[in-house]
Design a protein. Sequence first.
Length: 385
Amino acid sequence: MKKSIAAFGKLSRKEKCKHFCVWGAILLFLLFLFVFNQKIEKKQLIEENGNQFEKAEVVEIVSENRNEDGSQQGTQKIKVRLKSGEFKGEVVEATNIDSYLYGADCKVGTAVVVQISEYNGKISASVYNYNRTTILFAMIGVFLLALVLIGRGKGVTSALGLIFTFVCILYLYLPMMYLGFSPFFSAVVVTILTTLVTMYFIGGFSKKTLCAIVGTVGGVVIAGIFANLFGKLGHITGHNVSDIETLLYIGQNSKLQIGGLLFSGILIASLGAVMDVAMSISTTIEELHFHNPNLTRQQLFKSGIKIGGDMMGTMSNTLILAFTGGSLSTLMTFYAYDMPFLQMMNSYEMGIEIIQGISGSLGVILTVPLVSLVAAVYMGRPAVE
């Protein structure tokens, strides 16, 4: 960090001005996001009827039923002390239903989240789930700390890039789609913004940064185009996903274009891998040019293709395995039920997973020649006749 500050101090006034302009633009953009989200009015989809979710701690087990192995069975009656909300500090009785998705295996001292409601002065409560807030934030903190300690200055900028990406997805990408913007257009906008800022954090103002930005945006858009094309040819749309009923209900109460969600998500999912390939190749070509300025555009292009060849395999593997891991329950179901090949291959679930994996990998593969070409033309010298 000290080295980064010292390096900044050695910059010319013009270069410092450029950096201040970028940071000013980022702050103005974040201010815009704040104002933009304040004006969004969401239609209430679930009647709350005074229901609130509050933090609580189990202080007493009133009644329960456990198996011989000690596992909970049926419904628990417990008492909890509320640790947030208007009833903070009060001890109330709560119901804890045995379920894989809701409830918790409550013991005295267990931190939980309870759903409470008040009627005629009487508080009714039920256990929603474990209170994982602290551990989840701790995991994020450990990740960011490791990033900073190992990456030093670059780690700090990488962390800032991740935070900016998260903010863009949560406060720009999702609201844009909710308001009726094209999901594909929304994904492209977020891709461009996050790429610009992340690449600036990583490479600053340099030729390699510009080439990596062009390559990343191009590669991600290519992935989205191929996904749309494969979807149309395979008669698969965003209406064929497993949670379509919930999405249809949301669509009826907003301007969400459900059909484009699937392919929009592919752009976002492939962004990280494409960005990695684009910056790596761009940096390598810049380094080659730095050590040998006499290299021609053709020579730099060939070098970029050769270097990118190894990266294609690993990055494509990364995307394929990521999508496979996300659909493991579906694959396990196919395997356990011993589904016939034709039934399995022609199910919507399998079609969607293949489209996601292949389209994202194609984006990575085609990013290699795209970045190599852009970087070679921009940095290399013309061939001597």
